[in-house]
Design a protein around this ligand. Structure first.
Ligand code: HBI
Length: 381
């Protein structure tokens, strides 16, 4: 395939490398790195303070976007003064002629709205399921007007939108050489993710207390108040997750069953993760994918997840982990007891066959090719 000039525009919720951009950061990094390896010319646009792993980076200042996850279905679209999102796309507009294709990683209204006003085609990779009416409406319009340009990570994610049939499923991929296989684990479990209410960490903690197995928690503490409540579980207090307590200080848990390991680099993450008997993934929302599931599988670690969203397509029940009735803590406990039935080699094999950067790169490259073929065709009409 000929070398493409690609402009990758990041999420406006935080700098790349900070963890605030969640799975998007790893996705963008892996796609960018793999495309560079294939000889494409990549430029990344990220918020000021981003790191781009040696790939050309344009850092753009401005006020960060509020996370769509904290807002309701009917919330209007909000653009703050001096918006980094608006600055990203003003930059994109100015330089678009230098690129064959722009790739949007933001789950925000503006880039979708702007799509028909650009002369360079735009591919949109959706990082989340349906969250708001305004977004559903504008993405749906782009899906009709520019068929094939909406990418998703799982069929389950696509199914949350009315335009599910026109979504392109790309799954995801990771650099497997960074994740070491571990044959004989230690008697503890892992939970990896942004520490925020929608991730359902309290369920994993409750299940580990019932199963009497320690839980290693890894990830950015995004919601301090929520983290305080998680720690109260160990003091046998019943935290009220519906109310703000006003406590706002992060702390290291004194509960021997819960161990907070911090927000780690991939190297340090896999070094701890691979020693675990299993990974728990317990979100209360329909996760688009679940990068941490493939990171665990890559180390030979089986995953236990609620049977919904991306994880339900990655995990093969009884083979590479266990799928549990959504929101059932007792289901998690039962699955923990069956972890030794899983062959850890099968887990690594699953990651190698479906979720390598090469497999992901093939899917992404074919997606871009299809979009460019269509846009060239319409140019000649
Ligand atoms: N919110 N407004 C907005 N834009 C995003 O791109 C976004 C978000 N919330 C969460 C998010 N992206 C996720 O992709 C997480 O991985 C952080």
């Amino acid at each position: 395939m000929e070398s493409l000039r690609l402009l990758l525009i990041s999420t406006p919720v935080g700098p790349l490398g900070s963890g605030l951009g969640g799975g998007v950061e790893l996705t963008l990094r892996n796609i960018a790195t793999e495309l560079v390896r294939r000889g494409h010319q990549i430029t990344i646009v990220g918020t000021k303070g981003s790191t781009a792993w040696g790939i050309p980076l344009i850092e753009i200042p401005g006020k960060l976007q509020t996370s769509a996850l904290t807002q309701g279905r009917d919330t209007p679209t909000i653009i703050p003064p001096y918006s980094v999102l608006a600055n990203f796309w003003e930059y994109g507009r100015q330089v678009q002629e230098k690129y064959d294709l722009i790739v949007n990683f933001a789950y925000d209204w503006l880039p979708f709205y702007l799509t028909p006003f650009f002369t360079t085609p735009i591919a949109h990779l959706l990082s989340m399921s349906s969250l708001s009416e305004a977004m559903d409406e504008i993405i749906g319009r782009v899906a009709i007007q520019f068929p094939g340009t909406i990418g998703v990570h799982s069929q389950a994610q696509a199914a949350t939108f009315s335009f599910a049939n026109s979504c392109r499923c790309l799954a995801n991929g990771i650099d497997l050489s960074l994740y070491e296989f571990c044959e004989s684990p230690q008697p503890w479990l892992a939970w990896v993710g942004r520490i925020a209410p929608e991730k359902g960490l309290e369920d994993a903690v409750a299940a580990c207390q019932l199963a009497k197995i320690p839980l290693k928690i890894m990830g950015v503490i995004q919601d301090e108040d929520y983290w305080q409540k998680i720690q109260q579980i160990q003091q046998n207090k019943i935290p009220d997750f519906s109310k703000k307590s006003g406590i706002s200080k992060s702390g290291i848990s004194t509960n021997p069953l819960i161990q907070y390991e911090g927000f780690l680099s991939t190297t340090d993450l896999q070094q701890r993760l691979r020693q675990c008997q299993g990974l728990l993934m317990t979100p209360h929302v329909v996760e688009a994918f679940g990068n941490v599931v493939i990171e665990a599988l890559a180390c030979g670690v089986p995953a236990i997840a609620y049977d919904r969203g991306g994880p339900s397509e990655i995990i093969e029940d009884g083979k590479t982990g266990w799928l549990v009735e959504p929101d059932s803590v007792s289901g998690l406990v039962e699955a923990i007891a069956k972890l030794d039935k899983i062959d850890r080699h099968a887990c690594r094999h699953r990651a190698e066959s479906e979720y390598s950067t090469t497999a992901m790169g093939d899917r992404v490259q074919m997606w871009f090719q299809d979009i460019l073929a269509k846009s060239n065709y319409s140019d000649t009409l």
